[in-house]
Design a protein around this ligand. Structure first.
Ligand SMILES: *Cc1c(COP(=O)(O)O)cnc(C)c1O
Length: 217
């Protein structure tokens, strides 16, 4: 199947999922994940109207950014190392993957030096799997308090990656838990849902979904 077909189908499924729970589908942002995707295919989705792309490595994004620049909005969805923060704040309008104070401080410092207020999400390890990045839910409140005074960092929401399960419905309780945290702290964005589970994520309140495979194959 071609990219146009896949993209349209994903958009339809986003709309259908939103309607199932009486949500407004226009309030759900699609981030098209372009990690490992060649430039010409990214240009193709841009021609099809995609305005936000997600990359998981700064190094890879940098190469692509040099070609595409700000014709799209760039989101960093993967783990961020401190030594990549300088490039990250230059490129990304939203960093989804902040999970510790030291990283937030580095982002604050680098953003300040270019006169930017960097929007970020806090990544939460909602399933507690050891293999995953993200802060434990029990430490979230503390991190939010610590990040608050940083003038050049603005926490806009939470992000999570659900555990990989055979049936995407099994991810539902995790999505529900993080939605409750997002509501508790009155945050704006909730980034959850990938190709295999975005419909469940939307039913549970996601307003940013990150989708690669279902579009690029
Ligand atoms: C790769 C990736 C995605 C997209 O996953 P697909 O299964 O390709 O839709 C979303 N979020 C993160 C953090 C990723 O690394």
């Amino acid at each position: 199947m071609d990219i146009r077909h896949n993209l349209n189908r994903v958009k339809e499924r986003i709309t259908e999922s939103a309607y199932r729970v009486n949500r407004d589908p226009t309030q759900i942002k699609l981030v098209v994940v372009t990690k490992n995707i060649e430039l010409f295919r990214i240009l193709k989705v841009m021609q099809l109207g995609v305005d936000t792309i997600g990359e998981n490595r700064v190094q890879e994004a940098k190469v692509k950014y040099n070609e595409i620049r700000n014709q799209v909005e760039w989101h960093l969805i993967g783990h961020l190392q401190r030594n990549k923060v300088k490039d990250a704040v230059r490129i990304f309008s939203l960093i989804h993957s902040v999970d510790n104070l030291e990283l937030a401080r580095e982002i604050d410092k680098r953003a300040a030096s270019i006169g930017k207020v960097q929007d970020i999400l806090i990544e939460v390890n909602i399933s507690g799997e050891k293999s995953k990045f993200g802060i434990a839910p029990s430490n979230l409140e503390n991190l939010l308090l610590e990040v608050k005074p940083l003038a050049n960092v603005r926490v806009q929401g939470l992000m999570t990656i659900a555990p990989l399960v055979d049936n995407p419905k099994s991810a539902r309780p995790y999505f529900r838990m993080i939605k409750q945290l997002n509501d508790k702290f009155k945050l704006k964005y909730l980034s959850m849902g990938m190709s295999n589970d975005f419909e469940i994520a939307i039913e549970e309140g996601a307003n940013i979904v990150r989708i690669g495979k279902a579009i690029f194959g």
